[in-house]
Design a protein around this ligand. Structure first.
Ligand SMILES: NC(=O)c1ccc[n+]([C@@H]2O[C@H](COP(=O)([O-])OP(=O)(O)OC[C@H]3O[C@@H](n4cnc5c(N)ncnc54)[C@H](OP(=O)(O)O)[C@@H]3O)[C@@H](O)[C@H]2O)c1
Length: 239
């Protein structure tokens, strides 16, 4: 049995961060050693140290950083992972082109996996969308996403990733976004042709699917060499 990987959670007070902290003990390959947020008031962790973002440099040695924060917090988390030679998993959406480039640059030194969505259902949906777009060439495609009112970016990272898969199949997607109540995340796609329509949808009812996905990816990623990995790499890896 390999020694557990020391884990830092970045964005630990957030909706996702809280689920990561709660579920990390279910992953025997990981050991929580640090939780970081902008303000750590009231942040309680089952193990490890709690650090405000201003003291990120005081973090202990880590083998893995999992970041679900905000674009303005992302750069510091990536820099820490590179400095500590730790694997880096991030689900933060709304990143700028420069931040995507920084992920690529970091992947020459450490294993990196960024994904707009860590759920198995969306991984399968992404493949279905590319297949449908290839088969339904010339049909209109609309992608409608709904999220809770606190979500800052629009369209969602998942909608854009589904759109990229559709573009790879030859479609030209249009996007619409709804922000309402406490919706965890819903994506609905409509391919419309003459006299017929095809609809595909994914509805997340719990953030645990994203948190479990990210923790499982992290367990695997920390044992890989430097490189830029995708959810498809993880799903297809031998276990
Ligand atoms: N890829 C996926 O599967 C997936 C799934 C769900 C969400 N997401 C994305 O994950 C991100 C987080 O979502 P969420 O709903 O958890 O957001 P949230 O509830 O707003 O949490 C954001 C977290 O980031 C922290 N933060 C903010 N500024 C910071 C800074 N300068 N330095 C360090 N930490 C800072 C916040 O700390 P304070 O509370 O102290 O401000 C909080 O802990 C978003 O980009 C969201 O779109 C991705």
């Amino acid at each position: 049995m390999n020694r557990p990987i020391d884990l830092l959670v970045h964005g630990a007070t957030g909706r996702m961060g809280q689920r990561l902290l709660a579920l990390a003990p279910d992953f025997p390959g990981l050991r929580l050693v640090a939780a970081v947020a902008r303000s750590t008031a009231g942040l309680v962790v089952p193990a490890g140290v709690v650090l405000p973002a201003t003291r990120l440099a005081d973090a202990p040695d880590i083998g893995l950083a999992i970041d679900f924060s905000l674009p303005e917090a992302f750069d510091a988390a990536l820099a820490l992972a590179v400095e500590r030679r730790a694997a880096f998993v991030s689900g933060t959406t709304g990143l700028s082109p420069a931040q995507r480039k920084a992920l690529e640059a970091a992947s020459r030194q450490i294993p990196v996996l960024w994904a707009a969505n860590f759920s198995m259902g969306v991984a399968v949906l992404t493949e279905l969308v590319e297949r449908a777009a290839t088969a339904l060439l010339g049909w209109d495609l609309d992608i409608v996403e709904s999220h809770h009112v606190h979500k800052q970016d629009a369209p969602s990272g998942t909608a854009l990733a589904l759109g990229a898969a559709a573009q790879a199949g030859g479609a030209e997607p249009r996007y619409a976004s709804l922000r309402a109540g406490d919706i965890v995340g819903e994506h609905w796609l409509q391919f419309a042709g003459a006299g017929e329509r095809v609809e595909l949808a994914h509805r997340a009812t719990s953030r645990d699917i994203f948190a479990r996905g990210a923790l499982s990816v992290g367990e695997w990623l920390a044992r890989q060499g430097a490189g830029l990995y995708t959810m498809r790499d993880w799903a297809q890896a031998p276990r």
